[in-house]
Design a protein around this ligand. Structure first.
Ligand SMILES: [Zn+2]
Length: 280
């Protein structure tokens, strides 16, 4: 069941990445120049925000929430000031609560030079499932007023996506691209063979990958969640009483669904919070 869920997530994300590339949505979307993604786009660098006017006010609140922390400002500045990397951030009207990162581009030396984060128009609503999103799911218990809670949720989702960009930029581009093509081939067969993981073609693909595709996929998701936790700890660092129930929920989710990853999140909490916080 976990494999099927992961496959559906992956296929959806791959499909959506293709969609968003084919139909750029921007404040100037009626301008023919922005409708044809040509070589000029690749020559750009820094951060390019493609936000339709109708979503601009809410996007600015999500972004302000992210940038209210030094952690968020540092991550933003890193991409904004880059002269070799283009980060596109799109708010899409045909996506609701979710977000995704894709359209990765590498140079000839295998360095990541571009990525696109696509945010749903209702990013400030919808708590993802606890199995793969133990951090964002835990925000459902926040007792802040609805708008504040929504903005924190949306900015945590942005931090999660920035985590994907950061983690992919650290990976070897050639290895990552090979993984992507093998995983795509794997899931295509899996969804058409009655979900039979013992299919010799899948066994061979998994051997080529070195790990089961679901392990690679969930490892990436938990890196995204790790970045969301770094943001949340920074956001709530003046109110330890607020972060403690959230941390408790995160750790409960991890214990139940992803015990192998507890260490990753423990380390972040321990390094960001004074010793003994949340232990009373
Ligand atoms: Zn993710």
């Amino acid at each position: 069941m976990r494999l099927l869920t992961a496959a559906l997530f992956l296929v959806f994300h791959a499909f959506f990445a293709i969609q968003s590339e084919a139909r750029p949505i921007g404040k100037n979307s009626t301008d023919p120049k922005t409708l044809t993604a040509g070589p000029k786009v690749d020559a750009e660098h820094g951060i390019k925000e493609v936000v339709p006017q109708e979503f601009r006010a809410r996007y600015n609140k999500w972004k302000a929430e992210l940038l209210s922390t030094e952690f968020g400002r540092d991550q933003w500045a890193k991409y904004e000031s880059s002269e070799t990397f283009l980060l596109k951030i799109i708010v899409a009207s045909d996506k609701k609560f979710g977000a995704g990162t894709g359209d990765f581009k590498w140079d000839d030396d295998g360095r990541l030079v571009g990525a696109t984060i696509t945010l749903g128009k209702n990013l400030d609503r919808g708590f993802p499932d606890p199995v793969y999103y133990p951090v964002m799911n835990s925000l459902s218990i926040l007792i802040e007023p609805a708008e504040v809670k929504g903005n924190i949720l949306a900015s945590a989702k942005m931090a999660h996506e920035l985590g994907h960009v950061g983690q992919t930029s650290e990976a070897d581009g050639r290895v990552f691209q090979k993984q992507e093509s093998l995983m795509t081939a794997y899931y295509k067969i899996f969804l058409n063979n009655g979900y039979n993981t013992k299919d010799p073609r899948l066994v061979e693909l998994a051997q080529d990958l070195g790990r089961a595709p679901i392990e690679i996929w969930e490892d990436r998701e938990y890196w995204g969640e790790a970045n969301a936790l770094r943001f949340l700890v920074a956001r709530m660092n003046k109110e330890y009483s607020a972060i403690c129930p959230v941390l408790g929920n995160i750790m409960r989710n991890l214990t139940i669904y992803a015990p192998n990853y507890e260490y990753r999140f423990d380390q972040i909490a321990d390094s960001a919070l004074p010793a003994g916080t949340c232990r009373q």
